[in-house]
Design a binder for this molecule. Structure first.
Ligand SMILES: Nc1ncnc2c1ncn2[C@@H]1O[C@H](COP(=O)(O)OP(=O)(O)OP(=O)(O)O)[C@@H](O)[C@H]1O
Ligand SMILES: CC(C)(CO)[C@@H](O)C(=O)[O-]
Ligand code: BAL
Length: 296
C-alpha cells in the first residue's frame, strides 16, 4: 500500500498502476476516522476494481462556521491499519494547503437538490462537497467512486453533478452499515455520551416504525409518516429534531399524494437529522412503496 500526500505523488502512483494494467480504478473518498461503514465501501471497491484508491481529507469547505471542523475525530495510524487490512492500494492524505492553494478562485455548485434537508440546515455544505469531490475526481480519474447511502442526499447531488458535467465516472451507492442495535455507523458517534448513545437509537427505531406502519396501511401519506417519525424521536428527551422529511428519491421532491403505497412510482426517502447535545446524527431509509405494496 502506498501512502501519498501530494497531487504529484498521487499521479505518479496512479500512472504506475495504469501502466501495469491494474484497471479499472475504484475510488473511496473519506474524512478518515474509519469504521465498518468505510470498510464496506472499500470491499465493494475491491470487488469492482483492480486498483483501490482511498482519500482521507477533512474538507474545511463543507463545514459551516461553528461546526466541528476543528474537533472532527482524526486517527491516521488506525486508519492506515484498516486500509491495509482492506487491501487498499493507494491512500491519498493531502493537507489543506495541498488541496486548496490560496486563494480559492473556482468552486463547483449543483443548483438543485442542495437547498432541502442537510442543504437547508448546513448552508454551503454541498458546494464544499461538490468542489472537493470534483477536485478529487480530477486528481484520481477513477472509473468508479463509492459513496454510502447514509449520506443519501450526497449521493443524489453527486450523481447529478456527474451527469450535468459529463464526468467520466460511475457513482456506486453502497448500503448503510449499522451497529447490531440499529445505530448507523458514523465517525461522529464517538462524540456521544453513554446516555446519548442509548437515546440515539430512536433514529433507526422511528424509521422502522414508520416503514411498518406504511406496510400495514396504518400510515398512508407523507404527513402520517412524518407524524410517526416525530413522535418516536420525541420519546427521547435528549433528541432535538433538525428535520424529519419524506421526499421522492433521488429528486427530493415533496410527496403530496394521499396514498403513498399505490400512487408513487419509484423510490422515496424518509430522512432524519437529529441533534444530541452538540452531536448531529443523520439516518434514512430509501425504498420503493410499490414493492412494499406487493408484500401487503
Ligand atoms: N454507516 C455507514 N454505512 C455506509 N457508508 C457509510 C457509513 N458511514 C459513512 N459512510 C460513507 O463513508 C464515506 C465517507 O464518510 P465520512 O468519512 O464522512 O464518514 P462518516 O462516518 O459519515 O462521518 P460523519 O457522519 O461523522 O461525517 C461517505 O460516502 C459516507 O456515506
Ligand atoms: C465525500 C466526502 C469525503 C467529501 O469530503 C465527505 O462528504 C464524506 O465523507 O461523505
Ligand atoms: N459524511 C458527511 C460529511 C459531513 O458531515 O460533512
Amino acid at each position: 500500500m502506498r501512502v501519498v500526500r501530494s497531487v504529484e505523488h498521487l499521479r505518479e502512483a496512479l500512472e504506475y498502476m495504469r501502466r501495469g494494467g491494474h484497471t479499472p480504478i475504484g475510488f473511496v473518498p473519506t474524512m478518515g476516522f474509519l469504521h465498518e461503514g468505510h470498510a464496506s465501501l472499500l470491499r465493494r471497491a475491491g470487488e469492482m476494481s483492480n486498483t483501490v484508491v482511498m482519500s482521507i481529507f477533512v474538507n474545511p469547505l463543507q463545514f459551516g462556521p461553528g461546526e466541528d471542523f476543528e474537533s472532527y475525530p482524526r486517527d491516521e495510524r488506525r486508519d492506515l491499519e484498516l486500509a491495509e487490512r482492506e487491501g487498499v492500494d493507494i491512500v491519498f492524505i493531502p493537507t489543506v494547503e495541498e488541496m486548496y492553494p490560496q486563494p480559492i478562485r473556482s468552486k463547483v455548485s449543483v443548483a438543485s437538490l442542495t437547498t432541502q434537508l442537510c442543504g437547508a440546515s448546513r448552508p454551503g455544505h454541498f458546494d464544499g462537497v461538490t468542489t472537493v469531490v470534483s477536485k478529487l475526481f480530477n486528481m484520481v480519474q477513477p472509473d468508479y467512486a463509492f459513496f454510502g447511502l447514509k449520506d443519501a442526499q450526497q449521493v443524489a447531488v453527486l450523481r447529478r453533478m456527474v451527469s450535468d458535467l459529463n464526468m467520466n465516472v460511475e457513482i456506486v451507492p453502497c448500503p448503510i452499515v449499522r451497529e447490531g442495535d440499529g445505530l448507523a455507523l458514523s465517525s461522529r458517534n464517538v462524540y456521544l455520551s453513554e446516555e446519548e448513545r442509548t437515546q440515539a437509537l430512536v433514529l433507526s427505531r422511528s424509521l422502522r416504525t414508520a416503514r411498518e406502519a406504511l406496510e400495514e396501511g396504518k400510515a398512508r401519506t407523507a404527513a402520517d409518516i412524518r407524524e410517526l417519525l416525530v413522535s418516536v424521536i420525541s420519546s427521547s428527551p435528549l433528541a432535538v429534531i433538525e428535520y424529519a422529511e419524506i421526499l421522492t428519491f433521488p429528486d427530493l421532491e415533496v410527496l403530496e399524494t394521499d396514498d403513498l403505497l399505490t400512487n408513487v412510482d419509484g423510490e422515496i426517502i424518509m430522512a432524519l437529522a437529529v441533534k444530541f447535545g452538540r452531536t448531529r446524527l443523520i439516518d434514512n431509509n430509501v425504498f420503493t412503496p410499490k414493492e412494499v405494496a406487493t408484500l401487503v
